[in-house]
Design a protein around this ligand. Structure first.
Ligand code: SF4
Length: 359
């Protein structure tokens, strides 16, 4: 069964906040959104969906529970009609943690809301402050708890490379997203857009965006946390519709059309490296003990002998294991006494689990 989200992008709609990375503040007070547009989008997507597709209507792009109340409930009423007709299974939305309260929970409970995505961004109050995010980590904890108590699934969005944020802050944020009870996540490396405070900070040397490689490395560490906790990562990186590649809006930051693929591939590399290190160090120790040379750290290094290895990976993961332009394979060949690498699928492996066998 195919899962389809019908995305209805709700624009800024006069958001009173001033997040430094947001390029929508300039349209504050303006409304470029017609309720009827949503219906047209739903009809268009449904006309291409198969009978057994699992379809949901997703209100993304803004703080859905912060928009004008009658528009919000009107959109929910419209979406719920499709649910009642059996044409879609449920409704999901994204919003800010501080736009969740008892009243909003009561409204959402009247509809078939399956998941609420929260823009948590960081669980460091220092980082949230520097980003002028306008809410605290405690707001996120409270919002997740309220949503979960009401029976909703929660997805936590986090950002990589925000002002003042370290790799440790990001791993801590990913861990908290898991421990708070989120069942899904999204990871967004920070990109600098025109007409943002971050753009000014960048120009005046107050902020330096991450390079692509560091953003990929840090995103892979966050993804690793989610993967190990069984929290599904729905996406890494902004999508095309978020103006990532438009020369009119993009200024600086990790800009790659397949950043998600790069991050997944990096996580595989980290896992493979760990396995090879363990494997070679055990073999090296055995060889060292046999020869009385305890300085031998890795098999093959002493004798110069190179080994063939087989990397087994989950179905559909071969290209990510090999890496973009064979990057992972080349790195392993450079860093280890390995002659040949064979990558094969093992249907018993799931997620980012891999198995390395020395031939
Ligand atoms: S990113 Fe911040 S400023 Fe921009 S719409 Fe969202 S809450 Fe408002």
């Amino acid at each position: 069964m195919r899962h389809i989200n019908i995305p209805i992008f709700i624009p800024h709609m006069g958001c009173p906040n001033q997040c430094v990375f947001c390029n929508q503040r300039t349209i504050s007070g303006a409304c470029f959104f017609e309720r009827s547009d949503a219906g047209a989008t739903v009809e268009r997507v449904l006309s291409t969906a198969a009978e057994d597709d699992d379809v949901e209507i997703a209100f993304f792009g803004g703080s859905f529970t912060g928009i004008e109340r009658s528009l919000m409930t009107g959109l929910l009423d419209d979406a719920e009609r499709y649910v009642a007709l059996g044409r879609v299974r449920g409704i999901r939305m994204s919003t800010r943690p501080d736009y969740i309260d008892g009243e909003i929970i009561e409204i959402l409970k009247k509809y078939t809301v399956t998941q609420v995505e929260l823009g948590i961004q960081s669980m460091s109050d220092r980082v949230l402050g520097l980003c002028r995010r306008g809410h605290t980590a405690e707001d996120s904890r409270r919002a997740v708890a309220m949503l979960r108590d009401a029976g909703f699934e929660v997805a936590g969005q986090m950002m990589i490379g925000l002002p003042g944020s370290s790799a440790e802050d990001e791993v801590m944020t990913a861990r908290e997203i898991c421990s708070m009870g989120c069942s899904a996540s999204r990871i967004y490396p920070t990109v600098v857009f025109k007409d943002t405070e971050l753009c000014r900070m960048c120009r005046e040397g107050e902020y330096e965006p991450l390079g692509l490689d560091e953003a990929v490395e840090r995103s892979a560490d966050a993804l690793d946390v989610f993967e190990r906790s069984g929290v599904r990562c729905l996406r890494v990186g902004l999508c095309e519709s978020e103006n990532l590649h438009s020369e009119e809006t993009y200024v600086a930051g990790p800009n790659h059309s397949a950043v998600g693929e790069l991050v997944m591939s990096r996580l595989f590399y980290k896992r493979i490296k760990k396995e090879i290190d363990a494997l070679f160090s055990v073999e090296g120790r055995v060889l060292g003990e046999r020869s009385g040379d305890n300085s031998v750290e890795r098999s093959g290094e002493r004798s110069g002998e190179k080994r063939d290895i087989e990397i087994q990976c989950p179905r559909g993961s071969v290209s990510k294991v090999v890496g973009n332009k064979k990057q992972n394979k080349c790195k392993i060949l450079r860093e280890y006494p390995v002659k040949r690498i064979k990558v094969v699928e093992n249907p018993r492996l799931l997620g980012y689990n891999i198995k390395v066998i020395c031939k």
